[in-house]
Design a protein around this ligand. Structure first.
Ligand code: XMP
Ligand code: MG
Length: 183
């Protein structure tokens, strides 16, 4: 899928396909360096992280295994509350594992800070975070995000795994949607 397939749904492209690809190589290089001699367990958060996971895992040279979680954060309206429910848990025992959480976007940071605590409590040796995108709100929470692709403005974004009503996940770039899509 590319921009020509999207009619006039896209308002503005914030991060291009080329920018994503180049940034992933930089992140993977840093990860290879930081985890030298260690086996990495990549934990993807469904469904948004599918694209980042697929591309990041292939850019990393170190041996990795992959596992997936699905969580839902309850909240009134569109903001997450920090109350998280596990919809699909990991298949992997985390004892002494080096866990790298792979996320599409960190917004309030509440979901991720819950997840980090949860995975630490299972006996992981280390738990770090790699997110493709970060919104400004996330900067306010006390959460150490080791690998960040891009900072984006505080607007709703779609593409590269991110959806609006389950659509646009297969858009290869990150963009904002035109107003008509919402009405
Ligand atoms: P937190 O807890 O960091 O929540 O507020 C992060 C989760 O919220 C979703 N999210 C978005 N999804 N476009 C999306 O498609 C966005 O702009 C956006 N902002 C937050 C997403 O599920 C993420 O994992
Ligand atoms: Mg979503």
């Amino acid at each position: 899928m590319d921009i020509d397939d999207l009619g006039n749904d896209i308002e503005k492209v914030l991060v291009s396909e080329e920018q994503i690809a180049a940034r992933l190589v930089e992140l993977a290089t840093a990860i290879d360096e930081d985890y030298k001699g260690k086996d990495i367990l990549l934990v993807g958060v469904l469904k948004g992280a599918v694209m980042v996971m697929a591309d990041l895992a292939r850019a990393i040279h170190s041996p990795v295994t992959m596992d997936w979680m699905a969580v839902s954060s309850y909240g009134s309206g569109t903001k997450s509350s920090g109350v998280v429910r596990i919809l699909k848990d990991l298949d992997t025992d985390l004892s002494d594992r080096h866990v790298l959480i792979v996320e599409d976007i960190i917004d309030s940071g509440l979901t991720l800070s819950w997840l980090v605590q949860n995975l630490r409590s299972r006996g992981a040796a280390t738990v770090e975070i790699c997110t493709m995108l970060r919104k400004p709100e996330a900067v306010k929470v006390d959460i150490d995000v080791k690998y960040i692709g891009f900072d984006v403005p505080n607007e709703f974004v779609i593409g590269y795994g991110l959806d609006y009503a389950e659509k646009y996940r297969n858009v290869p770039f990150v963009a904002t949607l035109a107003q008509h899509v919402y009405s």
